[in-house]
Structures are given as structure tokens and as C-alpha cells.
Write a protein that binds this ligand. Structure first.
Ligand code: SF4
Length: 362
């Protein structure tokens, strides 16, 4: 879509009246959320990172706890990564936490501890994409930058009747160009947040509440009765399933074997119980695999509840077993035996928190 196309798309669109309707509604109806108490760029930043792929209700307690533990940018910059991961435990997408800390450290070292207020600098920080750049700049600094995520694309695809596939990366640029044309220069913060709030409360993915919508009279999809058919979104690829056997291995001192995952890749640096990939090793040979990898001999006991965990791109199916360490001495720098009462001190991903619960709640 070229600039001319965007201009002709917006030719009949009453920008001033749309801005007024959206902003007035937002300022009257907005939810009272902890990150809306002030415009502190650090808090806006933390909240926006937490809200990526995660629901508001889930984020609220994490945000409050995180800000209590790391109230300022400097506190987060100086924190131990394991403490940051612990505060993020259960929220998922842990690279968000690691990137946030790396970026905050950069702000301390390169920007005199002040979150920058120009797009080129904000977008250069690790883990800060175009959406987060727009959200930080508009909400914290009142800069009229677009903040376009999936919600905003859904809302605008309906209002402007844009029938482009929002699953394609290139489509976001079209929506950003549209927002640049229609954003309120006087109040970009409420404009951007208004679009997000509208997507969360009214213009929902299924059955949008058009009769309650504050911008209904501006909405082309509603006018044409096709709001339920938008946005156009091609189907995501089928999820890959990966199966594991996981062992809760106890030694004779009642300590449990845990290991830290590699420091890059999926769930980097989080902790887990040993996992044997069942595509490579069948259950009869799993104890041998454990012996080779960890240097210990185990005997397998009861089978516990299986765990299924769905990531954005794959699913883990984990069969869980109790086991006892019979002999040998542990090898591998990232593995260690720890007592039951210390298991909760370590950051575990959700799947292994569920495994952990099976012994803690016993
Ligand atoms: S009128 Fe309906 S489809 Fe249009 S923006 Fe409002 S809720 Fe969404």
C-alpha cells in the first residue's frame, strides 16, 4: 500500500472527530491499572514488556511485585539476573526479562540513567521493538509515535476497513503509516492507549460490542456489516510437539537434582528437573542416558502426573517420574542437588513449577 493509497483511504475520514470520540471515551472509561498511576518511563517500559503476549489480569501482580523489588531503573540494572528471572517466574517468554535488564543497563551507562525520548535511541535498546518504542514515547513523553500491535491492527482494520493479512510482518507498516496520519498530536498518549483499550474492552476479536462503541460512526466495517470478518489473518503454522521424560531424582540426603538451562535459547538460565528427549531415547534407556549425562545411577519409582506446556511455537509433553539416586557423583557444572525447601528459591519455567508442585504438595 503506497502513501497515495493511504491518503485516499483516509480522504473521507474525519480525524478530528475520531480523535475526540476516542480520547474522551478513553479518559472516562479507562481501567485503573497500576502502571497508569504516573508517566514514569521506566514503569511504562516494564508494563509494556510484561503485557506482550500476556493478559492484563496476569500482569498486574507481577508488575506490582517487580516494581516493589526493582523500584528504579538503577535497581534493575544492578540486580542479579537470577533475581530478575525469579520475579518473572511463571510469566513466560523469559528473554523479555533478560533483554529488559540488558537494555536498562545500557540506559544507565549510555543515557545517564534517563530513558531516551527519541525514536532512534529507544528503538535501539535490546528487546524494544516498534510497538514498545511507540508506547514508551507516546505514554511517557507525549511524542506522537504509533504503537501498533495485534490489537491495534484488529481495531484499525475494522475502522478503516483494511483487508490486508495482519499475520504478515509487512502489514504492520501500513497500520503505522495510517496511525501517523490520524494520531492526535495534542494527546498521543490517550490516543494510543484509547486504541489499545478499545481493542481490549469493546472491539474484541470475537463479537465486538459495536452498539457500545464510542467510534462506531467512524467505523467502515460496521457500516458495511463486515466487522466479524476482519481482520484478515492467515492461520499460524501447526504447533510442533516435543516429548520428554522428566525425573524428580532424590538422593539419600533428601536433596533433589535440578539443573540450569543453557544461557541462550528457549528458557535460557532458568532451572528444571532433568529432561530426557523421548525422540532420542526410549523409556527403557532413559536411566542410561541420565547416567551418561549426570554421572549417577538412578532407580525409577512412581509415574506422576504428566505435564503439557504450550509455547507460541511448540508444545512440550512431559511424562514425569519419581526416581532415587543410588550411586555415582554428579557431573555437569549446571546441575546440582538442592534441599526441598530451596526449590522455590530458584526460577523455574511454568512446566517445571508444575513438576515441582507435585513434590512440594505431597
Ligand atoms: S464499531 Fe464495532 S467493529 Fe467498529 S471499532 Fe467499534 S467495536 Fe470495532
Amino acid at each position: 500500500m503506497k502513501n497515495n493509497d493511504i491518503e485516499s483511504l483516509l480522504q473521507e475520514f474525519d480525524r478530528t472527530s475520531f480523535q475526540a470520540d476516542l480520547i474522551n471515551w478513553f479518559e472516562k472509561e479507562k481501567r485503573d491499572l497500576p502502571w497508569r498511576q504516573d508517566q514514569d518511563p521506566y514503569k511504562v517500559w516494564v508494563s509494556e514488556i510484561m503485557l506482550q503476549q500476556t493478559k492484563v489480569d496476569t500482569v498486574i501482580p507481577y508488575f506490582n511485585n517487580f516494581i516493589e523489588k526493582f523500584p528504579t531503573l538503577a535497581d534493575l540494572a544492578e540486580a542479579d539476573e537470577q533475581d530478575v528471572l525469579k520475579a518473572w517466574e511463571g510469566l513466560g517468554y523469559y528473554s523479555r526479562a533478560r533483554n529488559l535488564q540488558t537494555a536498562v543497563r545500557e540506559v544507565v551507562s549510555s543515557y545517564d540513567s534517563k530513558v531516551p525520548d527519541v525514536p532512534e535511541e529507544v528503538s535501539g535498546l535490546k528487546g524494544v521493538g516498534p510497538y514498545t518504542t511507540g508506547a514508551i514515547l507516546s505514554i511517557a513523553y507525549g511524542v506522537p509515535e504509533p504503537a501498533v500491535d495485534g490489537n491495534v491492527m484488529r481495531v484499525l482494520s475494522r475502522i478503516l476497513q483494511i483487508e490486508k493479512d495482519i499475520a504478515k510482518q509487512s502489514t504492520r507498516k501500513i497500520f503505522e503509516a495510517c496511525v501517523r496520519q490520524i494520531i492526535s498530536k495534542a494527546n498521543p498518549s490517550s490516543f494510543n492507549q484509547g486504541l489499545m483499550e478499545l481493542g481490549a474492552l469493546i472491539c474484541t476479536p470475537k463479537s465486538p460490542s459495536c452498539l457500545l462503541c464510542p467510534v462506531q460512526e467512524h467505523c467502515k466495517a460496521f457500516e458495511n456489516g463486515i466487522q466479524e470478518q476482519l481482520p484478515v489473518k492467515s492461520k499460524a503454522k501447526k504447533q510442533k510437539h516435543v516429548q520428554y521424560f522428566s525425573y524428580i531424582i532424590k538422593d539419600k540426603y533428601d536433596n533433589y537434582l535440578v539443573e540450569q538451562r543453557p544461557d541462550s535459547g528457549l528458557l535460557a538460565n532458568l532451572w528444571q528437573f532433568p529432561m530426557v528427549p523421548s525422540a532420542e531415547v526410549d523409556v527403557e534407556h532413559a536411566t542410561q542416558w541420565i547416567s551418561q549425562v549426570y554421572g549417577i545411577e538412578i532407580s525409577v519409582g512412581t509415574k506422576l502426573k504428566s505435564i503439557k506446556h504450550v509455547f507460541s511455537h511448540l508444545t512440550w509433553d512431559i511424562q514425569v517420574f519419581e526416581a532415587t539416586c543410588e550411586s555415582g557423583s554428579l557431573t555437569g557444572a549446571r546441575a546440582q542437588f538442592i534441599p526441598l525447601n530451596q526449590l522455590t528459591d530458584y526460577p523455574f519455567p511454568v512446566s517445571h513449577q508444575k513438576i515441582r508442585e507435585q513434590i512440594i504438595l505431597k
